[in-house]
Design a protein around this ligand. Structure first.
Ligand SMILES: CC(C)(COP(=O)(O)OP(=O)(O)OC[C@H]1O[C@@H](n2cnc3c(N)ncnc32)[C@H](O)[C@@H]1OP(=O)(O)O)[C@@H](O)C(=O)NCCC(=O)NCCS
Length: 160
């Protein structure tokens, strides 16, 4: 990957899913390593399982799967959904960002910002009045990224 390869964010397609599922599996394993009593354990086939899951999401109008590319390489992805009113969460219709992950080799170049900005813009275009996400308590880099883009802390999850 050349140093100055341009970052492009676009909707993911079926052909991207092999690369995306490798990144998604890293996200799952990273969370389990942080707290193995809260986060699920990724088995050896988590890539396959995540690929199948995201393939289903590509066909859903409520979902949004984005990839960031540099040159012809997928270097990151974001996944989220337009969620309906949720009484348990006391939350009206929202755009919910579930995943964002950037390959180690492409970090600190603005890919994370590009993905989250694009997700927010596209959700706003779809009419989302708010964008909500959850991030692990240990995830200092993720929290810094989201705060930089204007997100504020609104809920704390607790686990026993
Ligand atoms: C969090 C993550 C998406 C950031 O991606 P990135 O492409 O490296 O981020 P960017 O280059 O766009 O950085 C933007 C901002 O994020 C913050 N940031 C990124 N990496 C950071 C780090 N290691 N430590 C502290 N802040 C960090 C900074 O505020 C940075 O702005 P700055 O350069 O002005 O300081 C990436 O580290 C990642 O994939 N982490 C693992 C997955 C994850 O944590 N996802 C989020 C929760 S689901």
């Amino acid at each position: 990957m050349s140093e100055d390869a341009e970052i492009t964010v676009r909707d993911a397609c079926e052909e991207d899913l092999d690369a995306v599922s490798v990144l998604a599996a890293r996200l799952v394993r990273m969370h389990y390593d942080w707290d193995n009593e809260r986060f699920l354990k990724a088995g050896p086939s988590v890539e396959t399982g995540y690929r199948r899951f995201l393939a289903g999401e590509l066909g859903s109008r409520a979902s949004m799967v984005l990839v960031a590319t540099m040159g012809d390489r997928v270097v990151g992805y974001a996944f989220g959904r337009q969620e309906p009113r949720n009484w348990e969460m006391l939350m009206d219709e929202s755009g919910v960002l579930h995943d964002v992950f950037v390959d180690d080799s492409a970090r600190a170049k603005g890919v994370g910002v590009a993905l989250v900005r694009s997700f927010v813009e596209r959700m706003r275009e779809r009419g989302a009045a708010r964008i909500v996400l959850h991030t692990a308590a240990q995830n200092a880099a993720g929290q810094a990224l989201f705060k930089k883009l204007g997100f504020r802390v609104t809920m704390l999850e607790m686990t026993l």
